[in-house]
Design a protein around this ligand. Structure first.
Ligand code: CA
Length: 387
């Protein structure tokens, strides 16, 4: 009698296990903490968005930010808003991301505002201003100093809503295949350097070239360009730039706190239920913070690897070169502000904030760093520093 009862119990047990496995597999497939297909109140609407980026698919750092944003939205919404991320060239090329989001080809995008300066000259204030604010300072301006409101005003005619989309911190000046001694060495130098800094570089005697990230390695290797700025140790190492550049110069005068952007089609955002709109806002803000953390940790790590494994020669830009670039920056910023009313309006806000925060940071950030430097052992930019 007892043996006859065992079979149904085993069958029921196996069936239950199979159902559990299939359920878990299905949940895993939608990459969400819960299947949004149904709830106690019936079917739940699942909204799917495409997010296009200016970065090669899978690029760490810059490219990780939109992936993080999509994951956070998916998790926080319980799978009700699913965002699929596409790298540069998968739906649209890198430099068409803004138009794609504006036209609704994709609901969202991630990139750098200064890529759109041909269409929106004032957009450069939302990536980098040469000799401008650091990441910490720029985030203060954006979120508590009126910067974000002006950014929204700037993009409103295009039906695009911007969010701060991360920051790399101070970048490196870039990889150069000649040694720089003074400003005369900039003459005729072909360099990949985008944004307002490109105009500054031209004015200082160089020749700025506009190339997306996916092409910079080959352009350096084949001699199409003599120099390239990309980001810093973390992302430059990912692109293999230490293999094609001889000297690695600092500091990133041109991108002292380069900000990225998460952009959303205004109609698509407005069409979301209020709680999903809130999730988009919170996920964007979290992604913004997370990127700076990622770069802070990984730039430090990658610098040591460049020094120890690649013997990268890391050099400061000579004062005369910095002076020339600063002088050209002032000319380029003045020309931009005089030619474009929105640039003038944004510049007034940006530089008013920059002046105030610089005064405060003189007695806080800088005073502290100076004090720490005086007391701690000196840092070394040679291989020994990692040993
Ligand atoms: Ca850069």
């Amino acid at each position: 009698m007892r043996e006859k009862q065992v079979l149904p119990v085993v069958v029921v047990g196996l069936t239950a296990a199979l159902v559990a496995v299939i359920t878990l597999w299905t949940l895993d497939r939608v990459e969400g903490p819960a299947s949004a297909a149904a709830s106690q109140d019936g079917p739940v609407e699942v909204i799917e968005w495409k997010l296009v980026t200016t970065w090669p698919k899978g690029l760490p750092g810059l490219g990780a930010a939109p992936e993080n944003f999509a994951r956070r939205v998916n998790e926080a919404s319980g799978g009700r808003l699913r965002i699929k991320v596409f790298g540069a060239g998968e739906i649209v090329p890198a430099f068409e991301v803004f138009d794609a989001v504006s036209r609704g080809v994709a609901e969202a995008g991630h990139g750098a505002a200064y890529y759109w300066k041909g269409k929106i000259p004032a957009s450069v204030f939302y990536t980098a201003v040469p000799f401008g604010m650091t990441a910490q300072e720029a985030n203060g301006w954006l979120h508590y100093g009126g910067g974000l409101e002006l950014w929204r005003e700037l993009y409103a005619p295009f039906g695009v809503v911007p969010f701060a989309g991360g920051s790399t911190g101070v970048q490196m000046a870039g990889w150069f295949n000649i040694r720089l001694n003074n400003r005369a060495d900039l003459e005729g130098l072909k360099m990949r350097i985008p944004g307002l800094a490109g105009e500054v570089f031209d004015a200082a005697g160089g020749s700025a070239v506009r190339i997306a990230g996916g092409e910079v390695y080959t352009s350096m290797q084949t001699g199409v360009i003599d120099a390239v700025e990309w980001v810093g140790p973390y992302n430059d190492r990912t692109l293999g730039l230490m293999e094609v550049g001889d000297y690695y110069y600092y500091p990133g005068w041109h991108e002292p706190g380069a900000m990225l952007e998460t952009i959303v089609n205004a109609e698509a955002l407005a069409a979301l239920p209020e709680d999903l709109q809130a999730i988009v806002r919170v996920a964007a803000r979290a992604t913004n913070t997370d990127m700076l953390d990622d770069f802070t940790a990984n730039n430090s790590e990658s610098l040591q690897i460049l020094l120890t494994e690649f013997d990268t020669e890391v050099l400061p830009l000579p004062d005369d070169v910095m002076d020339a670039l600063y002088e050209s920056s002032q000319v380029a910023i003045e020309a931009l502000v005089n030619a474009d009313p929105m640039a003038k309006k944004i510049a007034a806000s940006y530089f008013a904030f920059a002046t105030k925060v610089r005064t405060y940071h003189e007695i806080s950030e800088r005073a502290y760093l100076n004090g720490r430097n005086r007391l701690l052992p000196p840092v070394s930019l040679t291989a020994q520093s990692a040993e």
